[in-house]
Ligand binder design. Structure first.
Ligand SMILES: *Cc1c(COP(=O)(O)O)cnc(C)c1O
Length: 435
């Protein structure tokens, strides 16, 4: 598979280059030059396949020219020992639960695949790399778990002190081995700036083979298409068209849904659901794109004022706004509306949603109001509600059970290096700790 840069279409990259560069040198985004489609036979029998079998087929369709089928099976089976089940919540509405991986957020699907495929390329070339990543919450946990104990790779995670939840902090700081957590006395933006400066430092780069695990890496985006196919496989027998509502921040998740659609997945419509960080819903309404500074909300993993995958979103629709609005609707919601939706579903169906999931549920309901057609609605549950336990308990006025996987973390001592938001300090730390 060949990739091109969205800024300079003549700037091409191989799969391996796209994965290890993360961003093209002109700081566009990598997009596949050609999107192959899955076979009719695959779609006709998809309901008989497991999640991993579906993932193998999609990966083989995309990368079969470069990686053998048996290697792809190894990569997929090494990445996934968890699934994406679908459950009915109320009339025609189904939840696609994406929080059964190690960090209990959907980012595990991207991080685990990325770790497995990087490891495949590194073993082939006998290289070592050092990954740097800044996190505001869920990304760090997924990346830490994804790369934990992977040979040839170390991970350094920067997070803002006091600005991630207890559980999220423990997910970053209790693994050890090849994972190092740095607690920065500053904001998420400071963490991101430090990582950026490190990538721009030629000596650091050359000596340590720095790599990024950020969400625009194509190796995190592509595997997120697997669960759209898997949801279709689980719901196909109902026989109605399918509409997906995706709770969105940087729009990687929705871009992956569009990739699945371009590969031939029958999807009637997509709904982009956001909180008050609503640049994309506004764009879909007016045709003009006005990114803004981010505002804080209770669905904080989606507090993104200027979504990094917006360019990809446009590219999937051939940069044509009219085309985009035919396939994609956007809605946004306030915190009050989101809390009300959490209560409503809990009262109705006893189902507990995290605030991000509740945003997706509302988007689906809004779309239902304006759509004349009869469809199966699927909203994506991107995190386990216990990851946001304080908010969920306060909203529902009831205690929420914490899964063993998260509970056991709370008793482990955290291990993090404390640091000021200062590049020279960060630099000397890397110089003395990386190999
Ligand atoms: C990252 C995240 C999102 C947003 O996903 P994007 O791909 O950035 O749109 C939504 N919900 C949760 C829980 C997240 O962690």
């Amino acid at each position: 598979m060949i990739f091109y840069s969205t800024k300079t279409s003549s700037l091409k990259a191989s799969l391996e280059e796209a994965i290890f560069n993360s961003l093209p040198p002109d700081s566009g985004l990598y997009m596949p030059e050609h999107i192959p489609t899955v076979s009719a036979e695959f779609l006709a029998t998809i309901e008989d396949r497991t999640f991993n079998e579906i993932a193998v087929e999609i990966t083989y369709t995309l990368f079969g020219d470069e990686i053998s089928r048996s290697k792809i099976e190894e990569i997929i089976n090494g990445a996934y020992d968890f699934e994406s089940p679908v459950f009915p919540v109320n009339q025609d509405n189904y939840v696609l639960e994406l929080f059964h991986g190690p960090s209990m957020a959907f980012k595990d699907f991207g991080a685990r695949f990325m770790a497995a495929i990087m490891s495949y390329f590194l073993l082939r070339s006998q290289k070592q790399i050092n990954i740097l990543v800044a996190t505001s919450g869920d990304t760090g946990g997924a990346v830490a778990q994804g790369f934990y104990k992977i040979p040839g790779i170390t991970v350094t995670i920067l997070y803002p002190s006091g600005k991630v939840s207890d559980i999220q902090e423990k997910q970053l700081t209790t693994l050890g081995h090849n994972v190092t957590a740095i607690e920065v006395d500053g904001t998420f933006d400071d963490c991101q700036r430090l990582v950026k400066e490190a990538f721009l430092d030629p000596e650091l780069n050359q000596r340590f083979h720095l790599a990024s695990a950020n969400s625009i890496n194509i190796a995190r985006l592509i595997p997120q298409s697997f669960y759209f196919f898997s949801a279709y496989a689980q719901l196909k027998k109902i026989g109605k068209p399918i509409v997906f509502s995706v709770p969105s921040g940087n729009f990687g998740n929705l871009s992956a849904g569009l990739l699945a659609y371009k590969m031939g997945l029958p999807v009637e419509h997509f709904v982009a659901s956001t909180n008050l960080n609503n640049a994309v819903p506004r764009y879909l309404k007016t045709g003009s794109y006005e990114p803004a500074a981010s505002v804080e909300t209770i669905s904080n993993a989606m507090d993104v004022g200027s979504p990094s995958n917006f360019v990809r979103l446009q590219r999937f629709f051939e940069d044509d706004w009219t085309l985009a609005t035919q396939k994609l609707s956007g809605f946004f919601f306030t915190d009050e509306q989101t809390k009300n939706a959490m209560r409503e579903i809990y009262d109705q169906s006893n189902y507990i949603m995290c605030p991000h999931t509740a945003v997706a549920y509302q988007g689906l309901q809004e779309y239902r109001k304006m759509s004349p057609s009869d469809f199966t609605g699927v909203f994506l549950a991107t995190a386990h509600p216990a990851k946001f336990i304080d908010l969920v308990e306060e909203t529902l006025e009831k205690p929420v059970e914490v899964p063993e996987r998260l509970k056991s973390l709370l008793s482990i001592e955290k291990e993090a290096i404390q640091m000021n938001a200062d590049f020279s300090e960060f630099r000397s730390l890397l110089m003395s700790s990386l190999k």
